[in-house]
Ligand binder design. Structure first.
Ligand SMILES: [Zn+2]
Length: 274
């Protein structure tokens, strides 16, 4: 069951935190909210083998592993763990369904709602860059730590909401939008390595993708300034750039996104709520 827990200053309510995952396996710690859009983090013996829905996951050298589920996942998942010299254990993971909002945004330039044919090749090329950054499977365990908010401010957009742009239904919004003044510093929420740093993407303007290890990445959109480059290693709190309104944005804000490989997750589920 879900509870509505918190109403932010903007009047947008967020899905409250469902119960954490119960310990499902002996000697395996598994953490996360059992809801659509969740990031689940676990640890087992470093020489164990782990599969999610039949796909083998790479563990870190400490035995940390991670996986996530998209906004519309409904069927139960199967997690299988086999520790060295033991029989495999299997557990079903069932996620609570969420109610997503409808968000209407008007007044956007048409070129962002219906891009002209002349920019489609550029958009496809940028999608490739983004997909490649999110496909990286680095042997680092930053993802297993505690995330901080990259910037503080009113939340003006939530994960999963159906977007209607200038009256045209579009795919859901997968970010958490945080409003802040142009030039406000944006901080790395946890240790990372910079996987992509592009000053001018068509839809998202100044865009950074941080790799937190084992397929977990976070994205920072519409930035006015980038202070990092690909390959930089960052500690939690390091400044990566500044708030802006570049790309498809109606005002200065950060659109913050969380991924497990190509699965789009809800970043609001991994940070503390004030
Ligand atoms: Zn957004």
């Amino acid at each position: 069951m879900l509870n509505r827990r918190q109403v932010l200053a903007t009047g947008i309510s967020i899905v409250a935190l469902a119960p954490c995952a119960a310990p499902v396996f002996a000697s395996t710690d598994l953490r996360g909210q059992l809801v659509q859009g969740t990031l689940m983090r676990g640890r087992t013996q470093p020489d164990a083998r782990v599969w999610l829905d039949g796909r083998q996951l790479n563990l870190t050298t400490n035995g940390d592993f991670v996986f996530g589920f998209g906004y519309d996942r409904t069927n139960p998942a199967t997690l299988k763990i086999q520790r060295a010299g033991e029989a495999a254990e299997e557990q079903k993971i069932t996620l609570a369904k969420r109610d997503y909002k409808i968000q209407r945004i008007s007044g956007l330039p048409d070129k962002f709602v219906d891009p002209p044919a002349s920019v489609l090749a550029r958009i496809a090329q940028e999608d490739k860059l983004i997909g490649a950054a999110r496909a990286i499977d680095t042997d680092e365990a930053w993802f297993a730590g505690e995330f901080d908010w990259p910037v503080k401010g009113p939340m003006t957009g939530v994960y999963g909401s159906q977007r209607i742009l200038n009256g045209v239904p579009k795919r859901p919004h997968f970010g958490v939008d945080i409003a802040a003044g142009e030039g406000t510093p944006i901080h790395a929420p946890i240790g990372s390595i910079v996987a992509m740093a592009e000053p001018d993407l068509y839809f998202t303007g100044g865009t950074v993708i941080l790799d937190h290890g084992r397929g977990v990445s976070s994205s920072y959109l519409h930035m006015s300034r980038l202070d990092v480059k690909v390959g930089d290693r960052l500690a939690k709190g390091d400044v990566i750039g500044a708030i802006g309104k570049t790309g498809r944005a109606t005002g200065p804000h950060l659109c913050w996104r969380l991924n497990w490989f190509q699965e789009r997750l809800d970043a609001a589920l991994v940070v503390p709520h004030a």
